[in-house]
Write a protein that binds this ligand. Structure first.
Ligand code: PLP
Ligand code: SF4
Length: 324
């Protein structure tokens, strides 16, 4: 193994806010850090290594550091902003859109993103083998479904064996044509992302394979992510990215344009640029629709069409992600 000066994943497991600030040589007080949260700090070693030391404004740090502003109660910001709890035919299954269903494959993520709408979702009660069995039974009975989307939590936070076991079951359903995985793991924790068994499965699978990663800033990408994405591409995955528009992280057209280029350099096409889901605790990340439209227009001016993501928002009850 080559020597690396990154902290090991193990040493990060119970990283406190105080320890993170010490490691990054920033003052927890100056930055308004929150030391206790019901959705605690969780940061993988690979992601930490991409954060600039001594920069309290680092765009990656902003995504993971709990801050006092999260405790603000702001009207319009709720616990279940996208209505997931109302579209839940059986635990672990969310069916909102035609032809495709979302299966909660894991309650966990390798990182805790502060703006996440899932921060209040009761996923822990949402999955076990019995639930999957029932969900797959429902999918089996409904021939209008041709695509299964694994989501979470983060499906790639499962053990590789568990993930492959699940997707092999999905593959056995004859009317399923496409497997899609939504994951932030390959970007934030490439050294923990599934490789061997998963790639072997992909190479022999009859399914169309789509991996939608989640990257918000070009600084999240590295040589390590590039290598991983190349392997996934060679195994037959179509790689797409979704980004959440976040104040003081990527609310700047140069940052978004750089991101599109950086993604494409790693074989990934921009798919969605999401307006924030209005979840309690995330109001300080909000970017106005007016500014979002302006940023999007600037991207159109400078990028080829295939590198301009669709600017959308999820509105409860709508049959697709709604363009702004
Ligand atoms: C976002 C989402 C999808 C996927 O939508 P696409 O537009 O196909 O990417 C599917 N199901 C649910 C419940 C979703 O929230
Ligand atoms: S990885 Fe995705 S699901 Fe997990 S906390 Fe971040 S945004 Fe939410």
């Amino acid at each position: 193994m080559p020597q690396t000066n990154k902290p090991t994943t193990k040493s990060i497991k119970h990283f406190s806010v105080k320890e993170l600030c010490q490691t990054l040589q920033i003052s927890a007080l100056d930055i308004g850090a929150l030391t206790q949260s019901e959705f605690p700090l969780k940061i993988p070693a690979d992601f930490l290594a991409q954060i600039e030391i001594g920069n309290p404004l680092d765009p990656l740090l902003k995504q993971v550091l709990p801050v006092l502003a999260e405790t603000n109660q702001v009207p319009g910001f709720s616990l279940d902003p996208v209505g997931d709890l109302n579209n839940n035919p059986t635990p672990s299954l969310i069916h909102k859109y035609h032809g495709r269903v979302l299966l909660i494959a894991s309650p966990k993520c390798d990182i805790h993103c502060r703006y996440c709408f899932r921060r209040h979702f009761p996923y822990e009660q949402q999955i076990n083998q019995r639930h999957w069995h029932k969900a797959l039974g429902l999918i089996n009975q409904d021939e209008s479904i041709h695509e299964v989307i694994l989501s979470g939590g983060d499906p790639m936070s499962l053990s590789e064996a568990a993930l492959v076991t699940l997707i092999e079951k999905i593959e056995q359903i004859p009317h399923i044509k496409t497997l899609r995985i939504h994951s932030r793991t390959p970007v934030v924790a490439p050294s923990k992302a599934p490789e061997t068994l998963f790639i072997e499965w992909a190479k022999r699978s009859r399914l169309n394979k789509v991996l939608v990663v989640h990257c918000n800033h070009a600084n999240e990408l590295s040589g390590q992510t590039a290598q991983l994405f190349q392997q996934y591409r060679l195994a037959g995955f179509q790689l797409l990215n979704q980004t959440v528009l976040l104040k003081e992280v990527n609310d700047n057209s140069d940052v978004l344009i750089d991101l599109s280029h950086a993604l494409f350099n790693q074989g990934i096409l921009p798919y969605y640029l999401h307006q924030l889901d209005k979840v309690q605790g995330a109001s300080h990340f909000e970017v106005s629709d007016l500014q979002a439209l302006e940023l999007h227009e600037n991207m159109r001016q400078k990028l080829p069409g295939y590198l301009v993501p669709k600017l959308v928002r999820e509105i409860e009850g709508q049959p697709y992600k709604t363009p702004l």
